[in-house]
Every structure is written in C-alpha cells, then in structure tokens.
Design a protein around this ligand. Structure first.
Ligand code: C2E
Ligand code: CA
Ligand code: CA
Length: 733
C-alpha cells in the first residue's frame, strides 16, 4: 500500500488525474523508452543504409561529372594545355557541385604541371598512385577527390579534381531530420492509438481496480464492517478483466471476513486478557492484603488490635540501639488488678470484652505505642518525653482513668490498673531486661495495693523475684486444692469471738494458715494479697468456705446448743467480682447441711470501694438466707457513715489498732466509744478486735461493746484446739 505511486492532485479533473497516473505508470515510462529505442533501431535499420545510398549516389554523380569532364578533355584537347584543361574542368555543368581545386601532374617527372586550390595529396602518395597507375578516389569531410590518368602526345598526366561536396552534407542532415520527425510522429500515433485502444478495455479497468484496491486496503486495515462501493463492478467495459475483478471482490470479501473474524478473536482475546489481568490484579491485591494482614498480624494483638510483644521489642530495640544518652524514653508495664477474677467468674468472653475496653481506654489516655504483652499485661513505650516526671504523670492519668468502671453486657466491672515504670537511664543493653524491670516495678506497685504505680529501682529486683516465687508456690498449692482437700499445706485456724456479757464463744473467725515445706509458716497478710492479685483467691476462697462450713457443721453436731452461733469467714473484695460468689457459698452451706444463719461473712471497707452497688446486691441476697455480715477493720479505711446506713451489716468490727490503745490514748478510747454508740444507734452490734488484756476487756465492757476477739482469749488455733476452747468457754469444762 505504501509503495503506491503518489496520487495526482485532486483539483484536476478525474480524466486528467487518470491520465497522469497512466503517464506516471512504469508501463508508460517503459513504453516511451521502447518507442525511443525503436526510433533509433528504425533509423539504424532504414535511415543509415539510405544515407549511405544517398552518398553513393552523390559520389556516382560526382564521378559521372568527372568522367564526362575527362572525356571532354580527352576529346577537346589534342595537345596538352594545362591552363585550358583546368578552365574546362572548372566550368560548371548542370550540377551543383563545384570544383574546389585541381592539379595536373606529369607522371614521368611526378611534378605538378599546373593547378589551383588546395589538393591535399602528399608527394609520397602521389608517387604511389603514379607507380600503381590506379584510379584515385578519396573522400574528405566536405570534399571528394578523383584522379585520372590521361594521355597527351604519348605523355601520361595525372589529373586530380577536388569537388566541394559541403552542400551535400546539409542535404543529408535535412534528410535525416525529416525521416526522424516522421518516425516520431508515427510512433506517437501508434502509442496514442495503443493507449486509446487499451484505455477503455484494460487501462481504465485496471486503474479502477487500483482505486478499489486502495479503498479495500483502507477498509480492511481499519477492518470497517461496512463494505466499500467498488467502481470496478459498475464499469461496463471490463469484459477482459471481469474474472480478475470478480476474483478480487471475492478475495476482498474473504479477507474481510478473515480480518473481522481475526479482529473478533482479537477482541475476545483482549477481553480474556482483560479478565485475566483483573483476576491477576485482584489476586495480587488479595495476596498483598493477606501479606499486609499477615505483617499486621505479626505485630498486632488480634483481640485488642493493639501492638504486640514483637512490635514493642522492635521499637525498644531501635531506641536502645540508637540510645545516644540525650534521648530519654520510658517503658510502662501495666497490669489489670483483678482481671483473673473477672475472667474466671464472668467467663472468658467477658474477660475478652474487658480487655478490648481496656485497650480503648488506653487509646484515650495516650498516643504512645501501646501493646498487649499477653493476658492482662500491657506496655506503653514513652519515647517522646523528656524526663521521669512526665512518665509518672502519664501513669497517674491512666490509673485515674481506670477508676471509672467498665460496663460489659450491662454489668459494671471495676478494674484498677497497676503500673511499673522504668527508663533508659538504667542503661539497658537489651529489650528483655527493660521489660523485665518494668514488670518488677509493676509487681512492686501491686504490693502497695490496687491502682498504684512504682518506679523501678535496682533494689526492687530482689524483692520482686521473691514475690514471683511466692506466686509460683501459691499456684502450685492452690491448683491442687481440689484433689488434696485436707492434705494441703493450707489449714484453717479459728479464733474465738466472745460475748462480753456471757463470756461465751458466740463465733469463730476462720483464718487461713500456710505451712510451707521450706519457708515454714507464711502469714496470710503476706500471701492473701498475692492470691488476690493472681486471682487464686477464688479457688482458695471456695476451699475456705468448704473447710469453715464443714468445721461449723462438726461443732453443731458435737455441741448442739453449746456450739458457737456461727462461723465468721473473711471474704476478700476481689471475691465480689465473682458472679458465682453467692451461689458458691450457698451451695457450700447446703452441702455442709448448715443454715445461712450459721455463716457470717467479714468484708472490709476496701471491698466497697468502686463496687458499692454490686456488693450491696450480693449482701442483700446473703441476708435473704440469714447469712450475717460483719464490716471488718472498721475505722481504718474510708469509714463512710453512709456505708453503715446503706448496707445490711449486722456487726461492726472495730479495728485492733484502736482497741490496742484504748487504755493509752484518749483519742482511741473516744473513737471506740463513738463507733460503739453509732453502731448501737444503727442497731448493729460491735466486735472489738485485738483484745489482748483484761484491762482492754474491762474498758470495752464499760463502753457497752458486745463482743471481743483477741489474744486475751485465744490466738487463732487449729480445729482441735478450737474445739477444746468451746468446751472450756461454753461448757465450762
Ligand atoms: P483480719 O481479718 O483482720 O484478721 C484478724 C487478724 O488479727 C488475724 O491475723 C489475727 O491473727 C490477728 N489478731 C487477732 N487477735 C489479735 C490480737 O489480739 N493481737 C494481734 N496483734 N493480732 C490479733 P492473721 O490471721 O495473720 O490474718 C491477717 C489477715 O489476713 C486477716 O485480717 C485477713 O484480712 C486476712 N486473712 C486471714 N485469713 C483469711 C482468710 O481465710 N480469708 C481471707 N480472705 N483473708 C484472710
Ligand atoms: Ca477478719
Ligand atoms: Ca480485722
């Protein structure tokens, strides 16, 4: 297509355009060249021999003239007269060729006798001619020389005549021109005739076919579905080419169908490719998402969507490695204070929700990297602060933020948080050390009670290692309580509570003892907080219920009316987070075949903090079953009077710190007296704890205190000794 000769300008008429195309066609050029060649050939074949003939004719003519002249000479001259002969030769006859020069040579002497004009004949050549006695004829450019030997008086002379034939050359050229023009004209006529003959039948159809081919090419290359109009088909004089044109149209149709089919399949292929591309793209995106998700998962906690341990390690590692001493950073280790209780009592799903809510709360309180280390342990990396007090402020803020309860499934859940703080000023080499120390500080914070923080010091480390060991040991013993109900390292001791008026044991307070195989006796004041912290208080508390109730049942069996009225069981504030607390105690009472009135629970004021409503609800349920309630350690805590009024306590236990000083400090005396009056006004009775001397007892008696408990009567003792105490006090044995 691109090799087509250029199209003639479109402003020309169609006919003329076609004419130009024909002229421009190779065929035409070859034809013209052929004509040129044939002209030359014709000239060579026809003209040159005819020219030669013409010349021969001329020479014959000249020779004839010469012969005539020589005859005249020989006839007219009997004696030799050179001048006269020359005159005669010079005389023009009826021909146009004049004598240009002439010469007479005496053959014997070979001298020129006479002559005129130029005769270009050399002496040596003349000699040769005379010796040979030949007729001499020589043709020059514009002259013709003839030589004759003539006889005068037995004398031989060479007569040379030079004819001027220059006019004859012109004649020849004119002749040549005439013939050439004639041939050219004939050629043009022949060519035109040929074209005219070929035009309508061959050239025009071919040109139309050419146009159609161009059209078809254009349409096919665009693969337009529309079939172009082919002028070839409408042209009437195409008989000779009809087959070719029809074949062309058929081929065009086939090619078009082929191209359309190809285009169709290309489109399909493109569509398939597109689909494939989108599939690949989608799949790649999916994979990318999965990758991102995996990468995200690798560094995030699934439950809370906070970072995870790995993320913290990475961040801290960077900080520690780039630690140029100028940059300050701190790590907070956070631990929920009673998560295990929530988790065990409300179920893991509630525990999970609590953790999620805790995470939400963290987000509220800091923009720093917060991660969940596992369980209820979290960490916050404070890398944009400049000193310790900023870290402490943040910790305090978080602790304050956790004073607000969480609402989970319409239940109010309190969860304080303890925070350990460490900073890079402790020169850490690795992340593990830093996390460990913050953990140690957190442990330390827990020893101060719920919702506290502590800053790591090197001295702390040892103490905390002990705490961790204690936790481990507690876990070991408590986790085996079920299988070793009575063969455990724990034992319940009982301390009598005496009715001051009758001096009878009205109750025993159950107090736990731990005989550790290596450590010996471990104080409940030391390990109970750890069981609370670790949540182990729940299984331990259940065991205490069982032991105490069974013991009470035993005494009732043994002493009937002389038995103490009830057994006082300490219930930790943490146990109130156990939704099963009430049911658990009730079941234990039933299993021990006791009545509710045989059980008294002791709770401290700290149980009420933050969870007043929950505790109140549970206490009311206890009351429904005649279970009585003591408010323990009264006077040490917040001692809100509204507690006394609002909550269904039966008894108030005045803390031993007041009782001990009752005889030494007027203030203590006043406090004790006030508490007793208040309790009586509210129709509650009063137990004085820590009664160590008779003097104390006497004073309490005067003050109108109802009951007393303390070393004065008995230290907490094992069940056997306690039984002996009942016999002593209640049976007078
Ligand atoms: P608490 O409930 O205030 O128990 C009274 C504590 O005072 C007991 O200490 C008892 O031995 C001690 N005590 C009694 N009379 C006197 C006295 O005259 N002088 C002195 N100095 N102390 C006296 P213990 O047994 O070491 O218990 C300490 C704390 O551990 C208890 O204080 C209680 O809060 C907790 N605890 C003990 N046993 C249990 C238990 O079974 N369950 C729970 N939840 N806590 C318990
Ligand atoms: Ca108590
Ligand atoms: Ca107490």
């Amino acid at each position: 297509m691109t090799n087509l000769s250029p199209q003639p300008p479109s402003f020309l008429s169609k006919k003329f355009q076609r004419f130009l195309i024909v002229c421009n066609a190779k065929l035409s050029r070859r034809l013209v060249f052929l004509i040129f060649l044939s002209i030359i050939a014709i000239e060579i074949i026809i003209l040159i021999p005819s020219l030669r003939n013409k010349e021969k004719e001329l020479l014959n003519q000249v020779e004839l003239i010469s012969d005539t002249k020589i005859q005249l000479v020989t006839v007219n001259f009997t004696s030799f007269s050179a001048m006269d002969i020359l005159d005669l030769l010079m005389a023009k006859t009826n021909n146009q060729y004049g004598v240009k020069g002439a010469g007479i040579y005496e053959i014997k002497s070979q001298n020129r006798v006479n002559g005129f004009g130029e005769i270009n004949i050399s002496q040596s050549f003349l000699n040769e001619i005379i010796d040979e006695k030949i007729q001499y004829r020589k043709k020059y450019n514009d002259s013709y020389e003839l030589g004759y030997i003539i006889n005068f008086n037995n004398q031989e002379y060479l007569l040379i005549i030079n004819y001027d034939i220059s006019s004859h050359g012109r004649e020849l050229w004119l002749y040549f021109l005439r013939i050439t023009i004639l041939i050219i004209i004939i050629s043009i006529f022949v060519t035109l005739a040929t074209f005219m003959a070929l035009g309508p039948n061959i050239i025009n159809p071919i040109l139309r076919l050419r146009e159609d081919l161009i059209k078809a090419g254009k349409y096919l290359s665009n693969a337009s579905p529309e079939c172009p109009e082919f002028s070839s088909l409408n042209y009437p004089y195409h008989n000779e080419l009809q087959d070719v044109i029809i074949t062309f149209i058929q081929m065009y149709e086939q090619v078009k169908q082929g191209i359309l089919a190809q285009k169709n399949s290309e489109l399909q292929l493109q569509e398939l490719n597109k689909q494939l591309e989108t599939r690949v793209k989608e799949r790649t995106e999916e994979l990318e998402q999965i990758n991102q998700h995996l990468a995200y998962q690798a560094y995030h906690d699934e439950l809370t969507d906070l970072g995870n341990r790995a993320l913290l390690f990475e961040r801290l590692n960077k900080l520690i490695k780039n630690d140029n001493k100028n940059r300050f950073f701190a790590l907070l280790f956070l631990d929920l204070d009673n998560f295990k209780i929530v988790n065990d009592s409300l179920g893991h799903s509630t525990g999970d929700i609590l953790l999620q809510k805790v995470a939400e709360r963290f987000r509220k309180f800091s923009n720093y990297l917060t991660v969940r280390l596992g369980g209820d342990e979290f960490a916050i990396c404070l890398d944009k602060i400049s000193n310790l007090s900023e870290a402490v402020d943040i910790a305090k803020n978080i602790i304050a933020g956790f004073k607000q309860p969480f609402i989970i499934n319409n239940q109010t859940v309190f969860s304080n948080i303890s925070i350990g703080i460490t900073t890079n000023e402790n020169n850490y080499d690795n992340v593990g050390q830093m996390i460990r120390d913050s953990d140690v500080a957190m442990y330390q914070a827990k020893t101060k009670g719920q919702g506290n923080y502590a800053i790591f010091t090197t001295e702390m480390h040892q103490a905390i290692t002990k705490t961790m060991e204690l936790d481990r040991e507690l876990r070991r013993v408590i986790n085996n309580l079920d299988s070793q109900e009575n063969q455990t390292e724990f034992e319940l001791f009982y301390q009598p509570i005496i009715d001051i008026k009758s001096n009878k044991i009205i109750s025993f307070e159950a107090l736990i003892r731990w005989h550790h195989p290596e450590w010996g006796f471990v104080s409940p004041a030391h390990f109970i907080p750890r069981t609370e912290e670790t949540g182990l208080i729940l299984p331990l508390g259940s065991w205490i219920f069982r032991q105490a109730c069974n013991q009470m049942k035993q005494w009732l069996n043994d002493f009937a009316d002389f038995a103490p009225k009830n057994i006082s069981i300490n219930v930790s504030s943490f146990q109130f987070n156990d939704v099963n607390l009430y049911q658990n105690l009730l079941t234990t009472i039933n299993l021990a075949q006791l009545e509710g009135k045989n059980v008294k629970i002791e709770i401290t004021e700290s149980s009420l903090i933050n969870q007043m409503d929950i505790v109140k609800a549970i206490l009311l349920k206890f009351k429904e079953h005649q279970i009585t309630i003591s408010l323990d350690d009264f006077g040490t805590g917040y001692s809100s009077l509204s507690y006394l009024h609002d909550l269904p306590f039966d008894t108030i236990k005045i803390d031993q710190s007041f009782v001990k000083n009752i005889n030494d400090s007027q203030e203590s005396e006043k406090i004790v007296q006030t508490i007793i009056s208040l309790a009586h006004n509210l129709e509650r009775n009063v137990i004085a704890e820590g009664v160590e001397t008779e003097k104390d007892l006497d004073k309490l008696k005067i003050m109108g205190c109802d009951f007393a408990q303390g070393y004065f009567f008995s230290k907490p003792v094992n069940s056997i000794s306690a039984t002996a105490l009942i016999q002593k006090f209640n049976l007078g044995k």
